[in-house]
Design a protein. Structure first.
Length: 334
């Protein structure tokens, strides 16, 4: 998974300053005082008890109510790992709305007929965009940890199939470069240019770093979550179609390892019965965007990307307990 973000570099490349782009809502002095009260002691708790956590940003009702940065710098860029998958999902939704992709049921080979000779299995011809987004393409893969190297799209397509497309979920990093290649073909431009125009600049994100993988500010991870919380709208403009966002953040299958939750379109969905379920982007080691619609809440965390951090799960523990409880308290305060 550490190499995965390198394949998503074009998604967020070379930001220009976002002139006129929407910003998160500013806080009044009175709001800031109430925020500080609700999250009192949080910095100390994270700093001392959760050393894996490097940063956390909480958005409530469209504004930052809490931010922690272990190094004291809000502009520090962190390795997002597979959170990049969820950003790629947004780009697919945008391309669909623009008619650059015919539908989610469009066969991959309709866009990439030159790949047909790469895989002799007749079932490969039935693989669609939907199968890629839902991790049900059918390639033979056993990757319960989600750390398999993604590789080149052509090599990914040439792999043997273990099941018919749509039959079973299997977390497959190699589907990401396949999707990226399809978007470039459909849009007729480098993915960097397409993403800059349609997603990155409108969200006013800071320029990322691509050295040894994709790195973003934690707040910019939260902005992606806020976009999906707002059903694809930003600053009065529908960046991603609402119908796509709603489908992307609802269970499309039962999911499986490494997160073992239901799966949407490159988003994990919590197994609840709420009218609009909580959903999340998850990256190795504790990189997380957690979106809880009932409270109009987004929590983003960045953590040390390591085997030990993944095992300890401190970032997920933090957001589901202390941060969520503080956000509930703040939500209830007028």
């Amino acid at each position: 998974m550490k190499r995965l973000a390198r394949l998503i570099i074009p998604m967020l490349a070379l930001l220009a300053p976002a002139l006129g782009a929407a910003q998160l809502r500013d806080s009044s002095p009175a709001e800031q005082a109430l925020d500080a009260e609700a999250f009192q002691g949080m910095d100390q708790a994270i700093s001392v008890r959760l050393p894996d956590v490097q940063a956390a940003v909480v958005l409530l009702k469209g504004r930052v109510v809490y931010a922690y940065h272990r190094d004291g710098r809000a502009d520090t860029l962190h390795d997002v790992q597979s959170v990049a998958k969820s950003a790629l999902s947004a780009l697919v939704g945008i391309a669909l709305a623009q008619g650059r992709l015919a539908s989610l049921d469009q066969p991959v080979l309709a866009l990439m007929p030159e790949w047909a000779p790469l895989n002799a299995d007749p079932r490969a011809a039935a693989i669609t965009l939907r199968h890629l987004l839902t991790m049900t393409a059918g390639f033979a893969i056993d990757d319960p940890t989600g750390t398999a190297a993604p590789g080149r799209p052509q090599d990914a397509w040439a792999r043997p199939l273990g099941s018919a497309p749509g039959q079973r979920f299997a977390y497959d990093n190699a589907l990401v470069p396949v999707l990226a290649a399809l978007l470039e073909k459909a849009t007729g431009m480098p993915l960097a240019d397409y993403a800059r125009r349609e997603l990155v600049t409108p969200l006013a994100m800071q320029e990322p770093s691509y050295r040894r993988g994709l790195h973003l500010r934690t707040e910019d991870m939260a902005r992606l979550g806020q976009l999906f919380l707002q059903k694809g709208a930003w600053d009065g403009r529908a960046l991603v179609p609402e119908s796509y966002v709603m489908a992307a953040t609802q269970p499309q299958n039962a999911g499986g390892p490494p997160v073992s939750m239901p799966y949407g379109y490159l988003w994990w969905v919590l197994p609840t019965e709420a009218p609009r379920r909580t959903f999340m982007a998850s990256g190795y080691g504790g990189q997380t965007i957690w979106v809880h619609p009932p409270l109009d809440l987004v929590i983003a965390t960045s953590a040390t990307a390591s085997v030990e951090s993944q095992r300890r799960g401190q970032a997920v523990q933090l957001l589901r307990t202390r941060l969520f409880a503080a956000a509930q308290k703040r939500y209830a305060t007028p």
